[in-house]
Design a binder for this molecule. Structure first.
Ligand code: TRP
Length: 377
């Protein structure tokens, strides 16, 4: 595993955050990271205040991340902002592209090995907690097989998006009748901590973290996530985690820059989202999607590259940012793993690797880890 990473550190913001944010209809005052409507006399706002506040908390976080990311020496935007409604639907399309192998490969792993995985769960009562729940295609196969194997479990999908959870639960309720889905809206690890604290005697937790989400951050964040994950669990709990395996970089580049241009649209959609939600004026024709393999990082990186010197205004931030010709904005990191690194990550963070399943082509792997006793925080 690379020990030092060539990732830019977030620098201190250059500009002061403006004291006001404008959304479509309202002006919000920013005080210590809180948004307050400026015009409390507005009658329509009274009833809408709760919803608007919730929506605008997101908007505020988005604005702050854009401000921080564009103020760094190497500009970046955290990848979570790629997934607005259009972004999520484009990503769903990506998962069905011939070049984008991870989803199909993990489906294959579950279709082939779910019943063997079930053996690790027989004999106890489980809460199966899925972090960052996806569209449920893969979960459905896994849970249906575990049901057939007579694993005793309830299912708790966790996501920040209520609408994503609703879709997922619909799918699980029809696809796996008899499985009790109890969705929880919230941030992965805080919900997991609550669930872990509230468990009844003898109940064990099996965390699902599928797809290649674990790779969508810097290496140090992978370690931080895993040690925090371990800290929420008890010895004997399990984690099933998906890892994209390191492979020929030519194939990786195709997977992240497909011939139909869906990934390009997905990445450029971030600029469109900033235009719409933050009142920015990005010209989408003046940026280009690029995907590159960084061997030192063991990761793919996705970029939006400025095709000319340009200034972009962002009204929500009351400011403009300069983009030089060929200057990149990084929008995603996708780390790729070797089997040895995966085992090391388990052991270094208080887990014992129990089993690991690969697809036939050896492209992707799902690891099952058990939380061990010998782990002191
Ligand atoms: N984060 C996912 C992955 O690493 C989704 C993804 C696929 C993605 N293609 C992308 C994110 C291109 C940004 C740009 O596989």
């Amino acid at each position: 595993m690379p020990s030092s990473l060539d990732l830019p550190r977030k620098s201190a913001p250059v500009r002061d955050f403006p004291s006001q944010v404008r959304t479509f209809d309202h002006v919000w005052k920013i005080e210590e990271d809180q948004l307050t409507p400026m015009r409390t006399d507005d009658a329509s706002l009274g009833s809408a205040a709760l919803n608007v506040n919730k929506i605008d908390r997101e908007l505020f976080d988005f604005a702050r991340d854009v401000r921080d990311g564009f103020s760094a020496p190497l500009k970046f935007i955290p990848s979570r902002w790629l997934y607005d409604e259009r972004g999520s639907s484009l990503f769903s399309q990506i998962t069905r592209l011939p070049e984008y192998y991870p989803t199909e490969r993990e489906l294959e792993i579950f279709s082939t090995h779910a019943s063997s995985m079930a053996k690790a769960l027989l004999g106890s009562n489980w809460k199966v907690v899925e972090l960052g729940a996806g569209d449920g295609r893969k979960t459905e196969i896994l849970l249906r097989s575990w049901q057939r194997s007579e694993v005793q479990f309830s299912y708790v999908p966790v996501d920040v998006s209520p609408s994503a959870l609703e879709e997922l639960c619909k799918r699980i309720n029809t696809g796996c009748p008899g499985v009790r889905a109890r969705p929880r809206v919230g941030e992965n690890l805080s919900v997991l901590r609550e669930l872990s604290d509230a468990r009844i005697r003898g109940e064990k937790i099996c965390v699902l973290f599928m797809g290649s989400s674990i790779g969508n951050c810097a290496w140090e964040d992978v370690e931080n996530f895993l040690s925090e994950l371990r800290a929420t669990l008890l010895p004997g709990d399990l984690a099933l985690i998906g890892f994209d395996l390191i492979k020929d970089s030519k194939r990786l580049i195709q997977a992240y820059d497909d011939s139909q241009g869906v990934t390009r649209d997905f990445n450029l959609n971030l600029l469109r989202r900033m235009n719409r939600e933050l009142g920015a004026n990005f010209d989408l024709d003046q940026f280009r999607h690029e995907a590159s393999w960084n061997p030192g990082l063991s990761g793919m990186e996705s970029w939006l590259v400025s095709l000319r010197d340009q200034m972009v205004d962002i009204r929500a931030l009351n400011t403009s940012f300069k983009f030089r010709r060929w200057e990149p904005i990084r929008t995603e990191i996708s780390l790729k793993f070797s089997p040895e690194v995966i085992d090391d990550l388990a052991c270094a963070n208080g887990f014992a690797p129990l089993a690991r399943y690969e697809d036939r082509a050896g492209d992707f792997t799902d690891a099952i880890w058990e939380a061990t006793d010998a782990f002191w925080m």
